[in-house]
Design a protein around this ligand. Structure first.
Ligand code: SF4
Length: 373
């Protein structure tokens, strides 16, 4: 088995909210008992609806916030115990790529300063000309030109700004990148280019990627393994191909069935997702998904399902996944509804863009090389 580079054990983050005049206090269980392992060199995706706790989990993994309980280990070190230069070393080794390339870059700083700033922090002894050369190299690495260092973020498109954000994240020489919805703010065609860039960088630089996303199309094309979150807990995990081909948890089935033909897995039945996501301040007892699950049985409201084996390297937190899987994909009574035209078009565009993005990046690289000659 590949080496484990990042591990979370029974991680919890509970926020206490309310009080004041109404004196109503509540505890939001944003992350509630998450355990996961990320292997060196893989792309590990965490997926779920907004509000499921995935972004809080990403911040816990990087120790940007402190957990209520549980532990995180990076390269065998307990990150909670790190202080001083050891904590600075963690910041260098694990970097964050933010969702919004429009607000994550300081508009008053030139691209050169933005990308060079982490070098000033982590390698203050580096001479200025060496730092400039390093910034130029980083810009080339992400498909930008060295002369872009003199410009400002507002002069770039959304995709180019995300490339600047990635160059900044790479400046400290990290071994692990965590991307919190790194492409969701971008146009579909640009999303594909940035996804391919991250993929290529992973292979070229030997990085490990953790990608947080709500869009299964993004996950499908870039991840080796996937964890599905619902209301602060992981409900299914496993190799991405396997989870897409044979989902075991009803929530994963529902998410996959929302992907229109022909882009969804034909092993998946068409299932509606009804009702609102319950509040994490007052999660349903028993299985947290029972209020929306199309297969719920009476005891699901009182018995908490544990994550258990559901196939090779696959886990699912459902009491009845065997029986549900045995019914097979054709047992679903309602005929598949036709996807809304705009949704189908979005996925068609996405597939086409993914095919074209690789060509685009190669063309960009050739253009930069030609200009440098
Ligand atoms: Fe549905 Fe019950 Fe399984 Fe929960 S345990 S996912 S409610 S069938």
């Amino acid at each position: 088995m590949s080496e484990i580079v990042l591990e979370a054990v029974d991680l919890k983050k509970h926020f206490h909210v309310g009080g004041g005049l109404l004196r109503q206090r509540a505890t939001v269980q944003a992350v509630d008992g998450v355990s996961l392992q990320v292997r060196r060199g893989e792309t590990f995706a965490i997926v779920g609806e907004s509000g499921c706790g995935k972004s809080t989990l990403a911040r816990l993994l990087m120790r940007l916030i402190e957990p209520t309980s549980g532990s995180v280990r990076f390269d065998g070190r307990d990150v909670a115990g790190l202080t001083g230069r050891h904590l600075a070393g963690l910041r260098r080794d694990m970097q964050f790529v933010f969702q919004d390339p429009f607000s994550s870059l300081n508009p008053r700083m030139s691209v050169g300063r933005l990308v060079g700033e982490p070098l000033e922090t982590h390698a203050p002894e580096m001479p200025a000309d060496e730092r400039r050369a390093k910034v130029a190299e980083l810009l080339r690495t992400v498909g930008l030109r060295p002369e872009h260092a003199d410009r400002y973020p507002h002069e770039f498109s959304g995709g180019q700004r995300q490339r600047i954000g990635i160059a900044r994240a790479l400046a400290s020489g990290p071994r692990l990148l965590i991307g919190d919805e790194p492409v969701s703010a971008l146009d579909v065609s640009v999303q594909a280019q940035v996804i391919n860039l991250l993929h290529d960088l992973r292979d070229e630089l030997g990085l490990t990627l953790v990608i947080i996303a709500h869009d299964l199309a993004v996950i499908r094309h870039m991840s080796d393994r996937v964890a599905v979150m619902y209301l602060g807990r992981i409900v299914e995990s496993g190799p991405a191909e396997q989870v897409f081909a044979a989902p075991r948890h009803p929530y994963t089935m529902v998410l996959l069935s929302a992907i229109p033909e022909p882009y969804y897995s034909r092993a998946t039945r068409r299932l509606p997702l009804e009702g609102e996501t319950p509040s994490p301040a007052n999660p349903p007892p028993g299985c947290r998904f029972h209020t929306r699950c199309p297969f719920a049985r009476p005891d699901c409201a009182s018995r908490v399902p544990e994550l258990r084996s559901a196939g090779p390297d696959q886990l699912a937190a459902c009491h009845y996944w065997e029986e549900i899987a045995a019914e097979g994909p054709v047992a679903s009574p309602p005929p598949p509804p036709r996807p809304a035209p705009e949704v189908a078009q979005r996925f068609a565009l996405y597939e086409a863009a993914l095919a074209g993005a690789q060509v685009t990046r190669r063309a960009e690289t050739r253009e930069i090389q030609r200009e440098e000659r």
